[in-house]
Design a protein around this ligand. Structure first.
Ligand SMILES: [Zn+2]
Length: 317
């Protein structure tokens, strides 16, 4: 039966509603939980997170996909309680944001070992819970070049995706050729892969978006809102109008069905202050009004935020 794994169990794809496809409840580098400077009480984490998810729900948001991989602060019981309290469906992920965030224990594992870890989290549960992962995260390590460990994780993810039907997110869409080779070798259809962060400021000029689109991949404009116009923008920021125009050029060129959009915001960052003034609700407060102003009709907006993510996240069979 067609379904999507959420932290509270599988749901029908029609129940997803509006999807923020790449977000974080809280993302931190491995080890940040040990740094006394950044310890947060449970009260503080709830206080920072619940209002954002409630507002997301009030704005019409249905599903929040948490793209925080293994080792980066993923916390299933906490996600379950947030979902119960706010009514927002939360999809959790297996996999790693990139090779350089995989702790030594996993960094030395074989492709087969990593595949079994991902499949277990998708079919049995994560961290001893019954919550099953709904996506697999992979990524390019710092430096914009795929490293050997990144490639091992990509191959394990491709095999786990074929075995379970769960789709793959990539952190960064740069150096895409080795990724395309692995997915082709494993015979994974590329509509099961979202090549993420195709829109961020530091990746521009390094993303072969034509190769991704031609191969049938999905392109993630998933850092919407990390604008250089913010008071203290991050290094991956980009001018708001430039990003929007880039997105619109692909909509106008007829690639809507291969586009996914999100904000990659942190509700309550772990081990870093986060980016002030940026939340998942940017999608409702800035992006959708900007799309409407640019003449994008409601049917197209529905495809971007409802139809496309449902097709992407659905596990068949
Ligand atoms: Zn992210």
């Amino acid at each position: 039966m067609a379904r999507v794994n959420t932290v509270l169990g599988a749901i029908a794809p029609e129940e997803l509603g509006f999807v923020a496809v790449h977000e974080h409840i809280g993302y931190g580098m491995p080890g940040s939980e040990l740094d006394t400077q950044w310890w947060k009480s449970p009260e503080q984490r709830y206080e920072e997170t619940v209002p954002k998810l409630r507002l997301f729900h009030e704005n019409g948001g249905g599903t929040f996909v948490d793209a925080t991989g293994i080792c980066n602060g993923r916390d299933i019981p906490y996600y379950q309680s947030l979902s119960e309290k706010t009514g927002v469906h939360i999809v959790a992920c297996t996999g790693f944001v990139g090779g350089d965030t995989a702790l030594k224990y996993f960094a030395e594992a074989s492709v087969d070992y990593l595949r079994r870890q991902f499949v277990h989290e998708i079919t049995v549960g994560i961290q001893g819970s019954a919550a099953k992962a709904g996506i697999i995260k992979v990524g390019v390590s710092r430096g914009f070049r795929m490293k050997e460990l990144d490639l091992r994780i990509y191959r394990a993810a491709a095999q786990a995706s074929l075995e379970t039907g769960v789709p793959i997110f990539t952190h960064l869409a740069v150096d895409v050729e080795p990724a395309l080779t692995i997915f082709a070798e494993e015979q994974l259809p590329l509509d099961r892969v979202l090549f993420g962060h195709a829109d961020d400021g530091v990746s521009q000029g390094k993303v072969n978006q034509q190769a991704i689109l031609a191969a049938g991949g999905r392109l993630g404009f998933d850092t919407f809102g990390y604008d250089l116009e913010l008071p203290d923008p991050p290094f991956w920021g980009r001018h708001r109008d430039e990003r929007l125009e880039h997105f619109l050029s692909l909509v106008r060129a007829g690639h809507v069905d291969q586009l996914l959009a999100s904000a990659d915001a942190n509700c309550s960052p772990l081990g870093w202050p986060g980016v002030k003034g940026h939340t998942v609700n940017y999608l409702f407060e800035q992006l959708i009004p900007s799309l409407r102003d640019a003449g994008v009709d409601d049917a197209t907006i529905h495809r971007i935020f409802v139809t496309n993510p449902a097709g992407f996240l659905t596990i068949d069979g």
